[in-house]
Design a protein around this ligand. Sequence first.
Ligand code: ZN
Length: 503
Amino acid sequence: MSDAYTKLLAELKEIATLGSIGALVGWDEQVMLKPGGTEFRAQQGSLLARMTHERFTSKSIGDLLAAAESNASSTEPTPDRPVVLRELRRDYDRATKLPSSLVEQLAHTTTLAQAAWVEARKKSDFPHFAPWLTKVLDLKRQEAACLGSKSGHPYDALLGGYEPGETIESLNKVFAAMKPRLVALIERVAGSGKKAPIEILERHYPAAAQEKLAREAAVAIGFDDNAGRLDVSVHPFCSGIAPGDTRITTRYDERFFGDAFFGTLHETGHAMYEQGLPKQTHLGTALADATGLGIHESQSRMWENLVGRSRPFWNHFLLKAKSTFTPLLDDVSMDDWMFAVNDVRPSFIRTEADEATYNLHILLRFEIEQQMLTGDLNVADIPAAWNASFKRYFGLDVPDDSKGCMQDVHWSAGLIGYFPTYSLGNMYAAQFFDAAKRALPNLDDMLSKGRFDGLLAWLRSNIHMHGRRFTGRELVKRITGEDLSPNALLTHLESKAHEYYGA
Ligand code: ZN
């Protein structure tokens, strides 16, 4: 007769399987679905979300979990079991605080709100989006009230869902250490009088050739093409749908090389983390899950920026780019290319921002969404607040809301408290990359030869294989011996600013 723990694992596996069907339906909605199907898709998505939630929060899971916890010492313990139970207890307690009706309403409303956002963003029509954002915020406030937080701040309650353990206070500490050095760096670059030759990246790059190169790069760095897909969507994303099925998307702008290429490297970094999690053996448990979004983002940022914008990487890839787009880049030197892909300048769109200014985009959102959630900032006043902050941080006047407060999918999708994880990712990525270079002294040579397997293997064994065994802060401490800090990121950005701008 199987014990409670074994029964629990079987249950969790089925729930994860149900969840994977929800993920598939969600991917289809973003990539394939025509507008006529949106309304019914919302019903499909919300039904699956409710079924998954009800099953996970059922009394039988609670009973099996309690029994497994009380048997913890009486049966043969594996090193995995305490981790599985610890994380399940956290998830179960969190999930049972949310009524199914709220989960279903959130799934339904955010599907419709995202469709409204797509339309409103096309026309830069904030008033069309505002009522949907109001509804989403109202539901997120209810969610935060159900979850609660130590500080009592609703933002902390939501943040805990993306980055366990982090709070406004803990983030303010690292952001406060980052902000002055970052602002000073961006000012020095602007004052250097040097401009990157970005004309090179704004030539006519046919979409088909871009796709060919993006696919080639994804597979070269380690994306398992046999266990995933690359497609096109409005907002690029990665979905680790199921064991053996990890899907990424990008979008092609024929007048800009960087969007699709670096976007694909980014999503491939996420995908390789998903492909490196031990899902085949541990599906349904925390061991098969990513440990927080900051670590997830560290994987995408490392491949996009620390590898993908490095000289060793382009020692290998520039020739491939030249032959893919021939004769478009025949006149381009390695130095000009490197300067162009490491351009630093204030711009409107977060997803297209350079490595340095990117973090200011996050600080701005972190500040605005706290006020938005508490109601200190009314929905109707968001565009004005956004534009004022943007002027203060970037010195630029936002021309319209599609280039301002409506550019991101997150708020329509109910992802409030998600943005800070992007900057955490940048910091973790720089700390991990420094550690990888110490562990792999010939890393630059390997990258120059197009050999990416050494770095991927290091990431697999130090990060991917652990699932949620360690938090982000524990991982960085284990791997680097240091606490989470913006220093490695800032040192990296400052050395590049010196190299390219003499700043
Ligand atoms: Zn990402």
